[in-house]
Design a protein. Structure first.
Length: 252
C-alpha cells in the first residue's frame, strides 16, 4: 500500500511580502476555467489577494493531478463531501462524486489537499489519506500552542531546549496531526489532545515529507506498517497548471 504526493512550490523566499507578490502574479497567469461555481465563489470571498491566489492555485493543482490520474478533463471533475465521523453531517473528507451507474460505488481515488504560504501539497491513495503542509511557526506561537498537543507530543517538543529547534519540532508534530485528522475526516472537529502523533496511531502510517527549510509536511495513510511504503513525492511544475485545460492533464 502506498500514497502518492504532489508538491507545488510557489516561491522559495522566506520573506512574506515577496512570497505574496509572487503568488498573486503566478495566479494571474492561470486559466481558472476548470474551477466550478463553488470554487469561484470561495476564491472571490477572500479579502486578501494572496489568499485568493493561493486558493486558486491549490484547487487548479488538485484538478490537474486528479484529472491526469483518472484520464478526465480537470473541469469535468465533480466533488462532494463524505459524512463527518463526529456528527454525520456532510462536511467530512472531500471526495470525488460518483456519476451515472456508479453513483453508489466507492470513490475511484481518495485524495487530500493542503496549502500554506509558498506551498501546495496533494496526496492520493486507494484508501483514505490525509495531507498537510505548514509554514514553520515562530517560537512565540509555539509557547501559546503547546497546550493543544497530546501530553506525549508536548513532552517531545518541550524536550528540545533551543527555541528555533523547538519550533521545528512543533511544526513537524502539527503537520502530522493535521494530516491524520484530515485522513480521519474529522479535521479539527476532533480534540487535538486525543491523539499522539509523535508516533503512529493504530492502523495508520504517517510519513514526514521534505517541503523545504521553512515548511513542514506530512501524509497520513489508513494502512499499518510494515506493508505500507513511504509516499512517492512528485514535484508539480507551474507549467502543468498553465497548460491547456480542454484535454486530460498530465499526472506529473
Amino acid at each position: 500500500m502506498q500514497a502518492d504526493a504532489w508538491l507545488l512550490e510557489l516561491d522559495e523566499t522566506p520573506d512574506a511580502g515577496r512570497a505574496a507578490e509572487f503568488a498573486v502574479k503566478f495566479a494571474a497567469g492561470l486559466d481558472t476555467g476548470p474551477l466550478d461555481a463553488r470554487e469561484r465563489e470561495r476564491a472571490a470571498a477572500f479579502v486578501r489577494p494572496v489568499d485568493r491566489a493561493l486558493y486558486t492555485a491549490a484547487h487548479l493543482a488538485l484538478r490537474t493531478v486528479l484529472g491526469g490520474l483518472l484520464g478526465e478533463r480537470p473541469g469535468d471533475l465533480v466533488f462532494t463531501r463524505e459524512p463527518c465521523p463526529c456528527c454525520g453531517a456532510p462536511h467530512g473528507r472531500p471526495a470525488l462524486a460518483a456519476r451515472g451507474t456508479a453513483a453508489t460505488a466507492p470513490p475511484p481515488l481518495h485524495f487530500s489537499l493542503s496549502h500554506t504560504r509558498g506551498r501546495v501539497l496533494i496526496a492520493t491513495a486507494p484508501v483514505p489519506v490525509g495531507a498537510d503542509v505548514e509554514l514553520r511557526p515562530g517560537p512565540e506561537a509555539v509557547r501559546d500552542l503547546l497546550s493543544v498537543l497530546h501530553p506525549g507530543e508536548r513532552a517531545e517538543v518541550e524536550a528540545v531546549a533551543h527555541p528555533v529547534r523547538r519550533a521545528a519540532a512543533f511544526g513537524r508534530i502539527w503537520a502530522r496531526k493535521e494530516a491524520y485528522l484530515k485522513g480521519l475526516g474529522t479535521g479539527l472537529g476532533r480534540a487535538t489532545t486525543l491523539d499522539d502523533l509523535s508516533g503512529e496511531p493504530a492502523g495508520w502510517t504517517v510519513d514526514d515529507l521534505d517541503a523545504g527549510p521553512d515548511h513542514h509536511a506530512a501524509v497520513a495513510l489508513r494502512s499499518a506498517r510494515p506493508a505500507t511504503r513511504p509516499p512517492v513525492v512528485h514535484r508539480l511544475s507551474a507549467e502543468a497548471l498553465t497548460a491547456r485545460t480542454d484535454d486530460p492533464a498530465p499526472s506529473h
